[in-house]
Design a protein around this ligand. Structure first.
Ligand SMILES: Nc1ncnc2c1ncn2[C@@H]1O[C@H](COP(=O)(O)OP(=O)(O)OP(=O)(O)O)[C@@H](O)[C@H]1O
Ligand SMILES: O=c1ccn([C@@H]2O[C@H](COP(=O)(O)O)[C@@H](O)[C@H]2O)c(=O)[nH]1
Length: 239
């Protein structure tokens, strides 16, 4: 345990990044890469909670743009996160890591329902605990679910693993000239309207002094380095 900086963390995994080289769905190599990366920390006793997005399958906003009722589309998006959560659980278990999925929307047949105290108990017992179905409410995102759960379980840090290697002064995907921050304050993220994480999630972390790290999910060994306290990607901190 002494090699690791953190005792309890929340990892937010991009749904879209689970596609790997595929155009839709899940590339099995990506969950396996995540399992490989977190195994040592898990064995060393780091308590790991996970929230995964659903962008590889469905986003409510895309449904609404195509004329669908927004809340209906968001419900579909939340179900997409359940599919991703079950896929991750399967991979973690195949790698010998005990894992529970807890859904914000009741689905007795396939997962436990989210109960905060029970979630903390799972973590204390060394089970990787995946929080599925976002917040359980439409009009939110899994970034906000990750911020909310991180605060609820008393995580020391929210680690957002995504398709970019940190926070830039503009979207680096559409602006290759964008400059990366090593650290940035919550207020700067909000004032500059940087969309790497949604504003609700950033504000919730700000109000509750929850540090955020943003880094690239594809980089080999990145989770382990982050869990050891190396500064990877960008860290969002109080001023
Ligand atoms: N200033 C910025 N710095 C870094 N990334 C940015 C910035 N502005 C926008 N982005 C975009 O934010 C994306 C990451 O956030 P996004 O919420 O879309 O993904 P996610 O939550 O990881 O994915 P999913 O919805 O699939 O779970 C990056 O792919 C990047 O293109
Ligand atoms: O609390 C929540 C979380 C998510 N949703 C819906 O799910 C999709 C997928 O989540 P991403 O964060 O975009 O990966 C999202 O677009 C919403 O439609 C939700 O309604 N409530």
């Amino acid at each position: 345990m002494s090699d690791y900086k953190y005792k309890r963390v929340l990892l937010k995994l991009s749904g879209e990044a689970l596609m790997g080289s595929k155009e839709f769905g899940i590339d099995p190599g990506v969950p396996q890469k995540i399992a490989d990366d977190i195994k040592a920390a898990h064995e060393a006793g780091v308590q790991i909670a996970v929230v995964v997005g659903g962008g590889n399958i469905f986003r409510g906003l895309s449904g609404a743009a195509a004329g669908m009722d927004r809340a209906q589309g968001d419900n579909m998006g939340m179900l997409a996160t359940v599919i991703n959560s079950l896929a991750l659980q399967d991979t973690f278990e195949h790698n010998g890591m005990e894992c529970r999925v807890m859904s914000a929307i009741e689905m007795h047949a396939i997962s436990e329902t989210y109960i905060r105290r029970r979630a903390i108990r799972h973590l204390e017992k060394g089970r990787i605990t995946i929080f599925a179905a976002g917040t359980g409410n439409p009009y939110f995102t899994t970034d906000t679910a990750a911020a909310l759960r991180a605060c609820e379980i008393g995580a020391e840090v929210l680690m957002k693993a995504t398709k970019v290697d940190g926070i830039y002064d503009m979207d680096p995907v559409s602006h290759p000239e964008a400059k990366k921050f090593d650290t940035i304050s919550y207020m700067e993220v909000l004032n500059r309207d940087l969309h790497v994480m949604d504003a609700t999630a950033t504000a919730l972390c700000h109000d509750n002094h929850m540090p955020i790290m943003v880094f690239n999910l594809d980089e080999k060994g990145i989770f382990d380095r982050a869990l050891r306290g190396e500064s990877v990607g960008t860290t969002v901190v109080d001023e």
